[in-house]
Design a protein around this ligand. Structure first.
Ligand code: FPP
Length: 253
């Protein structure tokens, strides 16, 4: 049965917005401030964006907070970013929970200290039953690492005879990703004028629209978010196929 609905209609949504928060360092440098001050202001922008996204009806918000590549930064900056995550969870969890936000953390957990791992697991457990916006914090996240971890899990299941290699398909691989319980993002925003994806949600963003804004992350405000949403809604999505429903085979009788 064909739905008769045009798949390329962006007027509604997006349901899931993912953001590469970039430009904290440049924001600080322009003001002759230490990079850490840029990250501190970045955390304020993060809090603001969570509130704005919730108010604007976004159902899932994913924020790229620390990448697998960020370990290469000076030790002091790495520690500072770890501390910001700790502070965010410790200070904001109560308010997020009160607003009905469900918190999810994606990324490798093995490299986190046991106390930080315990903290993020606590945040997920406490908010698991919430039905408001889902806030996904990508921390120690890299898409290639995520896909490799999923592949290792599948390979182990094949080796143990639990699944047959021939049954592995896109859905099965998706079900092994950190984002297994989340819809794919329809919109990915990157701030600071950079136009790279930087190992972020490579699998999940296969059909996403990308909006690049010159705004540095600490300056990202409600107007900037609304402008990105407006840009998304102006675009027509084609999912890499033909736009007309009659030509689409999916769901056809
Ligand atoms: C990119 O700016 C930003 C980061 C690597 C970290 C993002 C962190 C925050 C927004 C603060 C909140 C953090 C947590 C953990 C909740 P950059 O330093 O690469 O900026 P630059 O490219 O201008 O140097």
């Amino acid at each position: 049965m064909s739905t008769g609905q045009r798949q390329g209609d962006n007027a509604q949504g997006p349901v899931h917005v993912a953001i590469i928060m970039d430009g904290n360092g440049r924001w600080a440098k322009m003001r002759n401030l230490p990079r850490q001050e840029g990250h501190r202001r970045g955390l304020e922008a993060l809090r603001r964006t969570v509130r704005n996204a919730d108010e604007l009806g976004i159902k899932v918000l994913t924020l790229y907070s620390f990448s697998t590549e960020n370990w290469r930064r000076p030790q002091a900056e790495v520690s500072f970013l770890m501390g910001l995550l700790r502070r965010f969870v410790e200070k904001d969890l109560e308010e997020l929970h009160g607003s009905g936000v469900r918190v999810r953390i994606i990324g490798g957990r093995d490299d986190l200290t046991p106390d930080l791992r315990g903290l993020v697991e606590h945040a997920e457990t406490v908010t698991r039953g919430n039905t408001g916006m889902t806030l996904v914090v990508a921390f120690n996240y890299g898409a290639r690492d995520e896909i490799a971890r999923a592949a290792r899990g599948l390979a182990a299941d094949v080796a143990a005879g639990r699944i047959a290699a021939a049954t592995i398909d896109e859905a099965m691989l998706s079900s092994r990703l950190d984002t297994h319980d989340l819809p794919d993002p329809e919109l990915v925003i990157r701030t600071s004028g950079e136009t790279r994806i930087s190992n972020f949600l490579l699998w999940q963003a296969a059909y996403a629209e990308f909006v690049f804004t010159p705004v540095l992350w600490p300056d990202f405000d409600r107007a900037a978010l609304e402008e990105a949403l407006a840009e998304y809604r102006r675009r027509e999505r084609r999912f890499g196929g033909l736009a007309e429903p009659a030509d689409r085979k999916v769901g056809a009788a």
